[in-house]
Structures are given as C-alpha cells and as structure tokens.
Design a protein around this ligand. Structure first.
Ligand code: BTN
Length: 331
C-alpha cells in the first residue's frame, strides 16, 4: 500500500501543534494563523491522524499533539527542527548502503553545509577502522551530515570531538549517564551506545567537506545485535527502561550539534576541550592503545589543544592522534 503523503497545509498544522508541545491550541488560532477555514483545519487534523499522528480534540480547548509515529521522515522531523542549517535539507531513505556514502556523494555533487541523510536501515553501515556497523531497520538512528567548516585540514579531528560532546549531552538529556571514550565512542557501563565516523575531502589549505556519520543504538534490544556484539553493545531503551521517541532524539541531536559547531567556529577548540573533559569516560583511566601498528599501556591524562590523547607511560607522556583505546581498570 502506498504511504499517505502530507500536503503543505498538513505540515503547517503539524508544525503549529508541535510548537505548542503539551498545550492545547484552539482551532480558531490555527485557522487565523494559517489562513485556513475551521473545516479545513479539521480535515488536515484527520488526515494527520490517518498517517499515525495521535491528536486530541477537546471542545472549547482545541487540539493537542499527543504522539507522533515512530518514523524518521521529513514530515516527522521538520516541525521539530529549530536549527538554522543542520537538517534544513533532509534526505530520508527507507534503506541505503551507508548514509555516509550517500552524504559523500551529495557533498561531491555540491550539497550545502548542514544537509543531512537519514535511513531507517543500512545494508552496508560502516564503523571506524574498516569495521561494519550493525543497522537493523526501524529501531535506531543512522545519520550523516555534510559540513563545510572554515578550517584547515589539520584541525578536522576537533570536529569529531565537537560531535562527541553534543551526542553525549543529548544521550544524558535522554536519561542515560553516558561518557565518551576517546576519541568519540559513547559508552554506558563500558558498553557502546553510539559511534561517530568522520570523513573528509580537503585541499592543502582548506577542508572541502566533512561527512559526520553518527550511529546511535536507540531502541534496539539485545537480540537485535549480532551475537558477537551483544556483550559489548547496549541501547538507550535498554539502559533507561523505556523506548526513545526517535524523531525527538534527532531534533535534539541536530540542535545540540549545531550549537557546538557554532561555538567551535566562534570561540575555537578550548570550550569544546573543557566540555569533552567533563563528559569523558577516558581521563584518569588505565588504557591500552593501538595506534598505527604500535601498542602502548598507560594512564590517559588529558587531551591537548588539538584533541590528541595524552597518555602517561613509563617512558613519559605520549601524544596519540589516532587509534583504538581499550579502557582497563579504574585507578
Ligand atoms: C564507530 O564507532 O565505529 C563509528 C560508527 C558510525 C556509524 C554511523 S551510522 C551512520 C553513518 N553511516 C555509516 O555507514 N556509518 C555511520
């Protein structure tokens, strides 16, 4: 059966109801604001109900949006977005190989700063260091954003930490006390909740584009993870004991990410570094680092002014710019 499609007026009615949050909005206010008759407002409310939106209608009080369908399409997301750039152009798919591959193609074809690709399912989801990213349908979040920052390429790693701070904050706001494992894994109780894959194209002096790929285990159950990942992965729903409204999570994530990207552009890396330290699950821990074929054990002491990890070993302080970190015991 074909999916019902919302008209422009339905989107406007929905945006109006979404903006009111838990409050009722009178039919009169909607018809005045949108220049529609009361009968047209009623017709659009019913059309939205037919698409899975739960909208209360109470005489003398008006309409109230109670529940939105658990889908990640522009119809659900657009009314929730208060960003100036991020997600203002959305490319939403039922299925893609990888949202990051789709975003890279868009970037190469000239996509603007802030364009976002989201899919309900990935058939070739990619993780860092050539790993795959488990991407079952309809439960989690697979999102890639095209960024065009005004930065020299050597400062690109800072963006990964910017994204990890925004992501960790939103996870905490959703009720899960998570922390960041350097550079950008979001962990809860040592298990992985979310990951970030940063890819870019650059000239010697300037970045052309960055694709920030973000995967968050939102409503996946343990049985949704491949057997070999179960011990090391978890989801927000498992951790907080109730499902996550995915569209609200996406809107919160894009808002926070934009706030941090703006702050980074205006004030530089220092405030990001401070926030990263506050959200860190790495600093002060004994770590095992695998970096460019070399391995080292030590204590993660800090990140430096470019976001590199500083590890204290028997031989002194080592600066790690890329690699995999395993957390050992707490000191
Ligand atoms: C990692 O921790 O290894 C990074 C995982 C990044 C996964 C996301 S899901 C959306 C985007 N598309 C991909 O193919 N990968 C990233």
């Amino acid at each position: 059966m074909a999916e019902p499609v919302a008209s422009g007026s339905e989107e406007l009615v929905l945006a109006f109801l979404a903006e009111a949050g838990d409050e009722f909005v009178s039919g009169e206010a909607i018809s005045d604001k949108l220049g529609l008759s009361r009968a047209a407002v009623w017709k659009h409310v019913n059309a939205l109900r037919g698409m899975g939106y739960r909208i209360d209608a109470v005489p003398a009080r008006g309409y109230r949006l109670v529940e939105i369908p658990d889908r990640l399409t522009a119809l659900e997301l657009r009314p929730l977005l208060g960003t100036h750039d991020l997600g203002q152009v959305l490319h939403c798919f039922e299925e893609v190989g990888s949202t990051s591959d789709a975003a890279k193609e868009l970037a190469e074809a000239g996509a603007g700063h802030g364009e976002v690709v989201i899919a309900e399912r990935q058939t070739a989801g990619r993780g860092r260091r050539g790993r795959s990213w488990s991407s079952p349908a309809g439960k989690n979040l697979y999102l890639s954003a095209v960024l065009r920052p005004d930065l020299p390429p050597q400062r690109a790693p800072e963006l990964t930490l910017v994204a990890s701070v925004a992501l960790c904050q939103v996870v905490r706001e959703a009720g899960v006390e998570a922390g960041i494992k350097w550079p950008n894994d979001i962990l809860r109780g040592g298990k992985k909740l979310a990951g970030i894959l940063t890819e870019l194209a650059a000239e010697p002096e300037a970045i052309q584009w960055v694709v920030l790929g973000i995967g968050v285990n939102l409503n996946g159950r343990p049985e949704d993870f491949p057997e070999e990942l179960r011990a090391g992965a978890t989801s927000l729903a498992v951790e907080r004991g109730q499902p996550v409204p995915r569209a609200l999570f996406v809107a919160a994530l894009l808002t926070r990410l934009e706030e941090w990207l703006d702050r980074h552009a205006e004030e530089g890396f220092e405030p990001v570094r401070e926030a990263w330290r506050e959200h860190s699950a790495t600093l002060g821990r004994e770590v095992h680092v695998l970096s460019e074929g070399a391995e080292l054990d030590g204590v993660a002491e800090d990140i430096d002014e470019r976001g590199a990890l500083l590890v204290r070993t028997g031989a002194g302080l080592t600066r790690v710019v890329s690699g995999d970190v395993r957390l050992l015991r707490l000191r």
